[in-house]
Design a protein around this ligand. Structure first.
Ligand code: AHR
Length: 630
């Protein structure tokens, strides 16, 4: 028997409570959320021809040469296409991101810049091919000796994952080309060079309280030169310098040598996405320490200015007036209104005195200029132990506001830690559970599947986060996205290929919580105690003061069904009907996939409230969210 005291609100729930962690890992940005279809679109990879192949068939003859732009800027290289005869097909093929896909009836807009180096009457024809059969085509001509942008529009005659894309030169001569880019017309909100609609929709459907970006380890870089520098990610694409991705390494026995960052999603786009999905933007910046698992390179304390200024300028970029230096750049990019940034993170998974020393410098400068800004500090990669204790101790002394905790642990850890925050110091910093995921190694050490065991144990743990919403103000599963053919890290919340996407079992658990948050916590107890594992049950309850509803979440990790009775104490009319979202599965190994995306997903049921009492039979291995109007 559980009792809910409707009149005793123990904590308010921050509107930011359930949010998103985004990092460009697993092809999350290039090859994923960013709808660009061309890999190495401006020939800036270390091997400038990576992703490109020469097309030379039916007697065609020609060469391609990598050239350097004269002007120094972020766009260094271009390609010269030299065609020696007029027979056959000569040009380039781009392999896309682990292939390329098109959808029947959809328009594809190809843009590129070009100039003539030799010859006249040159034409560029682009083709979408299903083997040898053309399923989309378009041409453009009228090139001259000055760089200019050209455009070709093609409509795909069929849906195909594995389309062969070619850009061909017709006429004898030499054409210089660069920034060859192709987008489908159906981007999110129809924006040019925009985001993949299906992927943004999955995020929007979660009703996220915040969006943390751009990572993760990507923030820090292997070394400081390769850290994430937001100023290099805004403005025109030619000003965004392509960079090797931090996850272009051997990881989990996999390598992705073709993983680079075009920064097509840069800081403007992250802010815009946050606004679109109604999530508080939460940028994290380098604190002047490179990844401490790698080089651990440190900026001397006396030389931190550039790093600190990046933080101050970012706040101005987000919130400053249009006549401020950085506010003007935001306005130029089409957003004169401020983005209303409230949080800024300093460092990701850094530790030791070197972090604390740097965090203090940032804190002083940020608070002096923007006292209202909430600073997120990191507690390193460890959920416990010496480093963790040290950091928390120092952050407490500093009166830090929010501390980012990360835990990638086995499902059992999540169950055991459902009461982790019950005894946290209520007078110290608040918690941002910034990266977590239960890692089930039942498939293999390297392949940790998003199975029901992991998702259910996260749900049990999340009832603990919710019960302690006075101290835990934000939480996000990590990582967010993975391309089925381009991942480095698993498990991940959302998987996709070039055509399709799906939410994992874990996604549905996250969504159950984030779309049913409530505004205040009320106690749900058994014999006066919170439920955090007793008889394999885990529970939390909230009131939504806007809709006047009670929302209770009960997780039954036992394989056996459980009869429970919930007694409502306090102001309630007595009888009524409620809705109940249930996720349950007998098989802890059950999972969703591209072919079976909703295998483990919520079902809607109803229940009666009679004389202030709810009686439910919970299925074995189930996550249950009940809602009733008060
Ligand atoms: O989420 C993947 C990685 O895990 C993040 O980049 C890092 O912060 C953590 O170690």
């Amino acid at each position: 028997v559980l009792a809910v005291d409707l009149d005793e609100k123990t904590a308010d729930i921050a509107p930011t409570m359930w949010g998103l962690f985004f990092e460009d890992i697993n092809f999350a940005a290039d090859g994923g959320l960013y709808a660009e279809m061309i890999k190495n679109y401006s020939f800036e990879f270390e091997n400038p021809m990576m992703g490109w192949n020469r097309v030379e068939d039916h007697g065609a003859k020609g060469y391609v040469f990598n050239q350097n732009h004269e002007a120094t800027g972020a766009n260094h290289k271009y390609l010269r296409m030299q065609r020696l005869n007029e027979e056959g097909n000569f040009g380039l093929h781009n392999e896309g991101f682990r292939g390329m896909a098109v959808k029947e009836g959809l328009k594809y807009r190809l843009t590129f810049i070009a100039k003539v180096a030799k010859g006249d009457n040159l034409t560029v024809t682009a083709k979408l091919l299903n083997k040898d059969q053309v399923i989309g085509e378009g041409s453009v001509s009228g090139f001259n000796s000055q760089w200019a942008e050209y455009e070709i529009e093609m409509t795909a005659a069929e849906t195909l994952d594995g389309v062969n894309f070619q850009i061909l030169l017709e006429g004898k001569g030499e054409l210089d080309v660069d920034m060859i880019s192709m987008f489908p017309e159906d981007t999110w909100k129809g924006r040019e060079r925009g985001l993949r609609k299906d992927l943004v929709q999955l995020l929007a459907d979660m009703n996220p309280g915040f969006l943390r970006f751009p990572g993760g380890c990507i923030v820090e870089g292997f070394d400081l030169e390769n850290r994430y520098q937001w100023k290099k990610t805004i403005g025109e694409m030619e000003d965004r310098e392509v960079m090797k991705n931090r996850w272009n390494i051997e990881f989990a026995h996999r390598t992705t040598p073709d993983y680079y960052q075009s920064f097509g999603i840069g800081f403007f786009e992250y802010f815009q996405l946050s606004e679109d999905i109604n999530a508080e933007p939460l940028p994290i910046l380098s604190c002047g320490l490179a990844c401490q698992f790698n080089t651990g390179e440190q900026v001397p304390i006396g030389a931190l200015d550039q790093y600190v200024n990046d933080a101050l300028d970012l706040i101005e970029f987000a919130n400053g007036p249009v006549d401020s230096e950085w506010g003007a750049k935001r306005a130029e990019m089409g957003h004169p209104e401020p983005f209303d940034l409230k949080f800024i993170g300093v460092g990701n998974e850094n530790w030791g005195p070197q972090y604390i020393e740097r965090a203090k410098v940032f804190e002083k400068a940020i608070k002096a200029a923007y006292p209202e800004m909430t600073i997120v500090s990191t507690s390193g990669p460890f959920p416990e132990g010496r480093e963790f204790e040290y950091l928390w101790g120092e952050l407490r002394k500093m009166d830090a506001e929010l501390v980012d905790e990360h835990y990638y642990r086995p499902p059992s850890w999540f169950l055991e830690n459902a009461s982790r925050y019950d005894d946290y110091d209520r007078n110290g910093p608040k918690v941002f559970a910034g990266e977590y995921a239960a890692h089930s190694t039942t498939v293999s050490e390297d392949f940790k599947r998003n199975n029901w065991e992991a998702a259910m144990s996260e749900a049990a743990f999340m009832t603990g986060l919710e019960r302690n919403a006075d101290i835990v103000r934000l939480a996000s599963y990590a990582p967010l996205f993975a391309h089925v053919d381009g991942w480095q890290w698993n498990p991940d919340l959302i998987w996709f290929d070039n055509l399709r996407s799906y939410g994992t079992t874990n996604y549905h658990v996250q969504k159950l919580f984030s779309t049913n948050p409530g505004t205040a916590v009320v106690p749900i107890t058994s014999a006066g105690e919170s439920l955090a594992g007793e008889e394999n049950l885990y529970a939390s309850a909230t009131i939504d003061e806007n809709t006047n509803e009670l929302i209770f979440k009960v997780v039954n990790t036992s394989p056996e069904p459980k009869e429970i009775t919930i007694k409502l104490d306090g102001k309630y009319k007595g009888n009524g009907q409620g809705t109940w979202l249930e996720m349950a599965n007998d098989d802890l190994e059950a999972y969703n996939s591209l072919d079976n995306p909703m295998a483990v997903s919520p079902k809607t049921r109803t229940f009666e409230v009679k004389k202030k009492t709810i009686q439910l039979t919970l299925n074995g291995q189930s996550v249950n969210v009940g809602k009733v109007k008060l």
